[in-house]
Design a binder for this molecule. Structure first.
Ligand code: PEP
Length: 258
């Protein structure tokens, strides 16, 4: 079964709900102008929590072909967890995806691979799809141990998941040195690690799971480099930060197949 490419825009801590309204409306219009074909790629936006209701309302009202999700979630169901958001709050808002383990959550909130795996399990139990992030820092890349490092993250993140759960999931390989820096990994760099992740999923589970799981590359993806990255056999999509904040640019990224 062919894997549907997934192009997800991580808005990070950008856009209040009024700006979100404008951005998702403009993205819908731009995708329409570019004759976006939902059979060729999946367009996803990942706004801040405070924008999700607005994004849901615009997408539903205009019947836009855009899925959406959240940037994080709690492992708890409800209760005294000030500042946290539960999976049931997100399913109620129609979220399909939740990003977990972004390098910025790991760095600023001390999130471990084990916590990321627990969040992924919680998301799957709630009927949503986790986008599990992994990726090495520059020092690791310079040492040449990046593949080993990322596979260690994969082993720990996937430890509590079944083959069926992993098959539904999305893994985003995002070398930290390429995030928001303008420095993109080469298409070969992306393929090296995405291919190794797929092979490891095959070892940990089975060939069918490895064949099914979608693996994204993330790190300074733009309309000018997306085609080359997406041409790699084990790259099934992109997680896009900065370039997803411009509707026309992100629509070009989503329609990379043209
Ligand atoms: C990201 O935050 O996931 C990301 C890849 O950002 P950027 O595209 O801006 O490098």
């Amino acid at each position: 079964m062919a894997r549907l490419p997934i192009l997800a825009g991580n808005w990070k801590m950008n856009c209040d709900h009024l700006e979100a309204n404008y951005l998702v409306t403009s993205l819908g219009a731009a995708l329409g102008d570019m004759n976006y074909d939902t059979a060729k790629a999946e367009a996803v936006v990942i706004p801040p929590f405070t924008d999700i209701r607005t994004v849901q309302t615009v997408i539903d009202a205009d019947n836009l072909p855009i899925a959406y999700g959240a940037q994080d979630v709690s492992t708890q169901d409800n209760g005294a967890y000030t500042g946290d958001i539960s999976t049931s709050m997100l399913t109620k808002l129609g979220c399909t995806y939740v990003v977990v383990g972004h390098s910025e959550r790991r760095e600023y909130h001390g999130e471990s691979n084990e916590l990321v795996g627990a969040k992924a399990k919680k998301i799957l139990d709630a009927g949503m799809i986790p986008i599990m992030c992994c990726g090495e820092a520059l020092e690791v890349r310079k040492e040449g141990t990046h593949v080993e490092f990322v596979l260690g993250q994969i082993d720990a993140m996937l430890a509590g998941l079944s083959a069926e759960e992993v098959a539904k999931s999305v893994i985003a390989y995002e070398p930290i040195w390429a995030i928001g820096t303008g420095e993109t990994a080469t298409a070969e760099d992306a393929q090296e690690v995405c291919g190794a992740i797929r092979a490891r999923v095959g070892e940990l589970f089975d060939a069918a799971t490895a064949e099914a799981v979608r693996i994204q590359y993330g790190g300074s993806v733009k309309s000018s480099n997306v085609k080359e990255i997406m041409a790699q056999p084990d790259v099934d999509g992109a997680l896009v930060g900065g370039a997803s904040l411009k509707a026309d640019e992100f629509a070009k990224i989503v329609t990379f197949y043209k």
